[in-house]
Design a protein around this ligand. Structure first.
Ligand SMILES: [Zn+2]
Length: 199
């Protein structure tokens, strides 16, 4: 299935199912969230995942844990060079205001709420910090961070495996004022597929 540029979608995954996200054109960042289907107050938590893995970055094989330290997803496959950010909040209208935009601008924050509403899932009162697939945020030795043009190539993909029944939200980031989605500053769509549980 295609996820159009600048848009979001919420998907239900049963335990054991896989969600494959493919960077159709390359360099596109995909803000990604997960909530427990049974208890939506449990959400994929970046800071708890840092603690769980002992790293600020994720790698294939890592479990991604929630705010009660239970695994919701695992990053079971990654054909990219491994750039996925767990530090940067989703883009939102205040961010685009800072960048000088006066009118409405599509943003991942609003995509999160719209996607959950479309699926009929009660949304948390705040937007959790996302896992930003394919986003390149190098961490320098002095702790400095910067948002760099992604290295993800067309066809690169990640596979997220549901550890329990979850709702996953994807947002094809509409950032077109910085190099978040490449120096061309042209957000694109991505593709996703739900693959059945492997027995
Ligand atoms: Zn965004």
């Amino acid at each position: 299935m295609d996820l159009a540029a600048r848009s979001g979608i919420a998907l239900r995954l049963s335990a054991g199912e896989h969600l494959v996200v493919t960077n159709t054109h390359g360099q596109q960042v995909v803000d990604t969230w997960a909530l427990s289907a049974q208890e939506p107050s449990r959400f994929l938590s970046a800071s708890h995942t840092w603690m769980h893995t002992g790293r600020l970055v994720v790698r294939a094989g890592d479990d991604l844990v929630d705010n009660t330290r239970r695994p919701l997803l695992s990053l079971s496959e990654d054909t990219s060079l491994g750039d996925h950010d767990l530090l940067i909040p989703s883009c939102d209208l205040p961010r685009y205001r800072q960048l000088g935009v006066r009118e409405y601008h599509d943003n991942c924050h609003d995509n999160f709420y719209a996607a959950l509403a479309a699926l009929g899932v009660p949304a948390p009162q705040f937007v959790p910090q996302p896992l930003n697939l394919f986003m390149r945020v190098p961490i320098a030795a002095d702790g400095a961070i910067s948002i760099e043009s992604p290295r993800a190539r067309a066809g690169d993909r990640v596979r997220l495996t549901a550890v329990e029944d979850v709702v996953v939200v994807l947002s094809a980031c509409p950032q077109d004022l910085a190099a978040t989605n490449g120096v061309g500053r042209t957000p694109t769509g991505v593709a996703y597929d739900i693959v059945g549980a492997t027995v």
